[in-house]
Design a protein around this ligand. Structure first.
Ligand code: FMN
Length: 191
């Protein structure tokens, strides 16, 4: 990765507003990548009981009272149908030791052409998974888990926004995995 000042120069040069005021896609991705996030695997079961899950960093807090969280899923995802049908989803916040699981659940496989089911199940071959509320798979060893009932879903451009009410949570004192600038990181020093 180039030093930050070089990257900024590229982004500034190539990412200025176009005639219609919209940044180009590359500049938008680069700027969004400056925002450091945690990493989650969000899961559900579809109507046939098949487990579905993917790596997501769009997760965020929405409300404390009532307890609501949100995340978004690419509308073209083969996992969309399962999340639309599922009553519940689980947000598994990954620990830094779980980076390989993050990679595993981010690989687009045959599901993209052959339907989500078989490929989604295959992703769960690694890791210690149990069935949580509404059947949504819960991963052992996470930094946190939010088990949610889906309360709303909205279109948002090329993504679908899901909002869930937190019904049960786990909060474990272990270092969370960090994602920034398109790379995985460990937490740095406390300022
Ligand atoms: C760190 C990271 C965060 C991601 N966040 C999201 C996300 O919030 N929403 C999304 O739709 N895809 C996200 N992705 C991409 C999906 O994990 C990837 O496209 C995966 O193949 C989706 O599963 P699917 O093939 O079943 O759709 C992310 C990938 C990575 C590596």
């Amino acid at each position: 990765m180039p030093p930050a000042d070089e990257t900024s120069a590229v982004a500034t040069a190539g990412g200025g507003p176009a005639a219609d005021g919209a940044p180009d896609a590359r500049a938008l991705r680069s700027a969004l990548g400056r925002f450091a996030t945690g990493v989650t695997i969000i899961t559900c079961v579809d109507t046939a009981g098949t487990r579905t899950g993917l790596t997501a960093n769009s997760f965020g807090a929405l409300s404390l009272d009532p307890p609501l969280v949100l995340w978004s899923l690419r509308r073209a995802s083969p996992s969309l149908e399962a999340f639309e049908a599922a009553s519940h989803f689980a947000v598994n916040v990954l620990a830094e030791s779980q980076v390989e699981l993050s990679r595993r659940f981010a690989v687009r496989g045959p599901a993209a052409t052959a339907g989500a089911g078989a490929d989604s199940e295959h992703r769960f071959d690694v890791g210690e998974w149990t069935s949580g509320l509404g059947g949504a798979p819960v991963l052992a060893g996470c930094a946190a888990v939010f088990e949610c009932r889906r309360v709303a879903a909205h279109d948002g451009g090329d993504h679908r926004l899901f909002i869930g009410r937190v019904l049960r949570l786990a909060d474990i004192a272990t270092a969370p995995l960090v994602f920034q600038g398109g790379r995985y990181h460990m937490l740095g020093e406390v300022l």
